[in-house]
Design a binder for this molecule. Structure first.
Ligand code: SAM
Length: 317
């Protein structure tokens, strides 16, 4: 067995992950991820989808804290993606960590919602289902082929409330000030949580320089997301990176720039595999509220993930 994980990445993890969890976290990079899907309630019920899958020999098992999510054994991943339920959008294959961000944002039917980094649309379609296709759901994606994949996925999932925009999310704050009830920024990131210790290609594009570059973009995207949020509105910022430069430090920068106009909110998680936002990094102590952020620790079932929930108290434009 190879270990393709970059040495600097592993060294940094030792300063990020609690010591008693480090071995399990490192092992998770060598394990095949469990296949989890979400039932799309715009098209079907969990009962119907599970019955449909059992008829073709699959064995979906429920997830106790998410009634719309089910797992199948690894050898059933491919057959799952060859079913009519998959092709016709009655289910969507989506890691449980990814499903958490919309659950925490909690979009409601009739609201005006922004998904500022949307492709391929797993969370956009989840939010449309939570909104029962009622309200307005704006979805932004600047990368052309990913934009068309987003549109195709939303159509396949039966989403009728989405307005899709091929544009840079950094421009949205100025274009749409204080417009949205809730905003999701599932930011472009260094994707460290997707590393596979058995696949050198999965880490080939990673470097500390890349982390630094993407963090500049994240900072400006989160600033735009905050500007686009109505006073009283809720925002969720998430990444699939472990790097504090892409997580706590991005949130800290917004607290510095927006002051009391925003406030970090506590997050209750229905799972045990998490740690609080880091209190400090690289000799710099963060604002104490940053510890309300949550880091999902990867295990056999869930990918690593960072989630911050904030509210906007007053106008910022
Ligand atoms: N939320 C998506 C989902 O659940 O299916 C995944 C989003 S992915 C982590 C981040 C996305 O942000 C990518 O599709 C990437 O192309 C897009 N992106 C990159 N630069 C961006 C920018 N300047 N503004 C908005 N989105 C951007």
């Amino acid at each position: 067995m190879t270990n393709a994980l970059p040495a600097i990445f592993v060294e940094r993890l030792q300063h990020i992950i609690p010591t008693d969890k480090l071995a399990e976290v490192l092992a998770s990079f060598s394990q095949p991820a469990m296949t989890v899907f979400r039932v799309n309630t715009l098209k079907a019920t969990p009962l119907d989808v599970c019955e449909e899958l059992r008829v073709v020999g699959l064995n979906p098992m429920p997830i106790d804290w998410q009634p719309l999510a089910f797992q199948v054994p690894e050898e059933q991943r491919r057959p799952l993606t060859e079913t009519a339920a998959f092709y016709e959008g009655r289910l969507y294959v989506q890691n449980l960590s990814s499903q958490l961000a919309p659950l925490i944002l909690d979009p409601q039917p009739g609201e005006t919602i922004l998904d500022l980094a949307a492709a391929p649309g797993g969370k956009t379609s989840q939010m449309a289902a939570m909104m029962q296709n009622q309200g307005i759901l704006s979805a932004v994606e600047p990368v052309r082929d990913r934009f068309f994949r987003l549109k195709a996925n939303l159509q396949q999932q039966g989403v009728t409330i989405a307005r899709t925009y091929m544009t840079d999310g950094r421009s949205v704050g100025a274009k749409c000030p204080e417009m949205f009830d809730r905003v999701l920024l599932d930011a472009p990131c260094s994707s460290e949580a997707r590393f596979d210790a058995n696949d050198a290609d999965s880490v080939a594009h990673w470097s500390l320089q890349k982390v630094k570059e993407v963090s500049h973009k994240q900072k400006r995207l989160l600033s735009a997301a905050i500007h686009s949020l109505k006073p009283g509105g809720t925002l969720v910022y998430s990444t699939c990176s472990f790097a504090p430069e892409e997580n706590e430090r991005i949130v800290e920068a917004q607290l510095k720039s927006f002051g009391d106009a925003i406030a970090i909110q506590p997050i209750d998680l229905p799972i045990g595999n998490w740690q609080a936002g880091l209190p400090e990094w690289d000799g710099k102590v963060f604002h104490p509220d940053i510890q309300h952020c949550r880091r999902i620790l990867p295990d056999a079932m869930m990918d690593g993930f960072f989630i911050c929930k904030l509210i906007k108290r007053t106008n910022t434009c």
